[in-house]
Design a binder for this molecule. Structure first.
Ligand SMILES: Cc1cc2nc3c(=O)[nH]c(=O)nc-3n(C[C@H](O)[C@H](O)[C@H](O)COP(=O)(O)OP(=O)(O)OC[C@H]3O[C@@H](n4cnc5c(N)ncnc54)[C@H](O)[C@@H]3O)c2cc1C
Length: 610
């Protein structure tokens, strides 16, 4: 941790924990958290950024293909076309005002990243290289666009490292390898602090602030096969649920069409953008059957379903006929070496093949969470009381993959998440800056006097300490429960969903819950408390699984990534609305979709064909 002068060990507010005070707290040091931190430090505020891993190990580092902006360096482009593609890609569930803002800001934010030091690949004329990605079009669907700005196939690595270096330059206070457990309420019932654990020695402390920004990333670990790092356990979502707040659109999970078969690691859409073709066991380039116009560059949900259907129809490859092939042998080796070096590495490491000589074995794998913590465009968290209308939760914000400002709706387009994290990371931080300046000027900056309620979180800490003291060793373990949960979710709520499987999965969650209540953690050493952290993470994964299955069972239509075999059509009349899930009694509520952009005609839902 970088040294700070904010400590107040003698505070009487919450005597059991050391307390540190900051103007704003950012939980998460991925692209979203880093961009927000940069803004707030530049604006002169004292902030702390907490991360459970060293910042440059945050999952943004793994992003491969690129970031979208209508720069028009390769094909003519406009932000309005980008907006149209994103709304169509979202299967019309995306909020149009947020999408409009995302696309309008994109070109400027990519140039800003370039100035921060991101080494984008270049065209012969020196401009930023842009590749074709699925669902991108020129002139509202007429021809394929090239909109994805790339640094080879390691764009996330380039962005995260550049943002990190900028934060180091400005001296951002970092708590790395600290695990955030829960939000804390002030005596007035408002969010005002955060309990964190130093992973090295297991010591707990409070970070107190009037503005807490969650940027904790995705939760792909809910499913067995996924492209996500083991740290992607949706901790921010768990915190929000435990605080009595809702999660939005949790039925919408993106299954990326091209994961390494049987293993899950990502083979980027960049491969199809550079000309890669999907082929079945008969040697057919089968995407022509499912998306006659754009074929392999259809939207991800469409391609994932096509692969699953090919396998189901017996046209899969290999001894078990359970994958298809992604063929890039026709792409010149020079192009593979320059633009897809990471993909070549992954194929060689995990499949033992060189994709320049042999096709890659692929099958859909869980990749991205479209749902998350509901927010407005400023990143302010939104809640909704029973039979009430949406309202803002004071002092709490969310950005990046953990948030649902709803720019992705029911299906995200490739290249739009890196854009989302920096655009809304910056916007939310600018908003917090304005709030802080007002508070400081009006002299209402007295949050240090507020007492925080730690009762609930103390119980949670005790839960995992008591098991150590009264340990009864059973065969069960946190790791085994996690594996079983992931398998349940994969069978119960995968690419295609049927009500019986979802219901069975939901019932199985009760048994997982019971096992979690009795399991013991065995690591009593307090040296790198990984098992304790895994227990906290599992609580979050389970909470998110409930949210996912409850929301998915209720939504009786097929839209974007939510494909039901019993309700195969989109139903705008009944279901053009966001789901809100609350943990208490697994309550569901609904919220209107924003169909009112500010500078463009609203886009009216139409049948979605590629
Ligand atoms: C393999 C892969 C490739 C991708 N490629 C692309 C691409 O080419 N283009 C694109 O647009 N999108 C891509 N995506 C999606 C995109 O990379 C992510 O959605 C995005 O980077 C998420 O950024 P984030 O800042 O929200 O979260 P992350 O980068 O995941 O960061 C989360 C942060 O939260 C911290 N954290 C979490 N929980 C806690 C806790 N309890 N306590 C303390 N800290 C915590 C973590 O330590 C981390 O610092 C890809 C995703 C994957 C998995």
């Amino acid at each position: 941790m970088t040294k700070t002068d904010h400590t107040d060990k003698a505070s009487t507010a919450s005597p059991n924990f050391e307390i540190e005070y900051f103007d704003a707290l950012i939980v998460g040091a991925g692209g979203a958290g880093m961009r927000a931190a940069l803004q707030l430090v530049e604006d002169g505020h004292s902030i702390a950024m907490v991360s459970k891993v060293f910042p440059t190990r945050s999952h943004t580092v793994a992003a491969q293909g690129g970031i979208n902006a209508a720069l028009g360096n390769v094909t003519p482009d406009k932000w309005q076309w980008h907006m149209y593609d994103t709304i169509k890609g979202s299967d019309y569930l995306g909020d149009q005002e947020a999408i409009e803002f995302l696309c309008q800001e994109a070109s400027e934010i990519v140039r800003e990243l370039e100035h921060f030091g991101v080494p984008f690949s270049r065209l012969e004329n020196g401009k930023i290289y842009q590749r074709a990605f699925g669902g991108q079009s020129q002139n509202y669907g007429e021809a394929q666009a090239h909109r994805t700005c790339a640094a080879a196939d390691r764009t996330g690595h380039a962005i995260l490292h550049s943002l990190y270096q900028q934060n180091i330059r400005l001296g951002t206070t970092l708590f790395d390898e600290y695990y955030a457990l829960d939000l804390l309420n002030t005596e007035h019932g408002e969010i005002g602090g955060l309990l964190v654990m130093n992973i090295h020695d297991g010591a707990y402390k409070i970070l107190q602030s009037p503005h807490i920004l969650l940027a904790t990333g995705g939760a792909g670990q809910v499913f067995r096969n996924n492209t996500n790092a083991s740290i992607n356990t949706g901790d921010g979502l768990g915190m929000v649920l435990r605080a009595g707040l809702p999660l939005q659109d949790m039925e919408f999970w993106q299954f990326h069409p091209t994961g390494v078969a049987g293993k899950g690691m990502l083979i980027s859409e960049a491969v199809r953008g550079e000309g890669g073709k999907l082929v079945n066991s008969l040697g057919e380039a089968f995407m022509a059957r499912y998306a006659p116009h754009v074929k392999d560059l259809a939207s991800r949900d469409v391609v994932a379903r096509a692969i699953a259907l090919e396998v189901k129809a017996g046209r899969g490859c290999g001894k078990n006929k359970d994958y298809v092939l992604l063929d890039i042998r026709h792409i010149p080796e020079k192009v593979i070496a320059e633009r897809l070096p990471g993909i070549r590495d992954i194929s060689q490491t995990f499949l033992g093949i060189d994709p320049a000589k042999e096709p890659i074995h692929v099958f859909p794998t869980c990749h991205y969470m479209m749902g998350g913590i509901p927010t407005n465009l400023e990143g302010q968290v939104i809640t909704q009381p029973p039979n009430g209308s949406p309202s803002i939760v004071k002092g709490l914000y969310a950005i990046g993959e953990c948030a649902c400002v709803s720019v992705h709706g029911a299906n995200r387009l490739g290249g739009n998440s890196l854009l989302d994290i920096v655009v809304f990371g910056r916007r939310s931080a600018k908003f917090i800056n304005i709030q802080l300046n007002k508070e400081k000027q009006q002299d209402i900056y007295n949050y240090k006097q507020l007492t925080l309620n730690t009762e609930t979180v103390q119980k949670r800490i005790q839960r995992w300490q008591e098991t150590e003291i009264n340990q009864t060793i059973t065969d069960d373990s946190v790791i085994q429960i996690k594996k079983d949960l992931q398998a349940i979710m994969e069978v119960g709520c995968g690419v295609f969903r049927d009500p019986e499987s979802m219901q069975t999965a939901l019932e199985a969650l009760t048994k997982i819950q019971q096992r979690l209540e009795t399991v013991c953690i065995r690591d009593q050493s307090h040296i790198f408390n990984l098992e304790r952290m895994a227990a906290y993470e599992l609580e979050n994964l389970l909470a998110i699984s409930w949210a996912t299955l409850t929301s998915a069972l209720a939504r009786k239509e097929s839209r974007g990534a939510h494909s039901r075999i019993d309700f195969t059509e989109r139903d705008d009349q009944a279901w053009l609305k966001h789901s809100l899930y609350f943990q208490t009694e697994h309550r569901l509520d609904y919220k209107a979709v924003n169909l009112a952009p500010k500078h463009h005609e609203p886009l009216v839902p139409k049948p979605r064909v590629y």
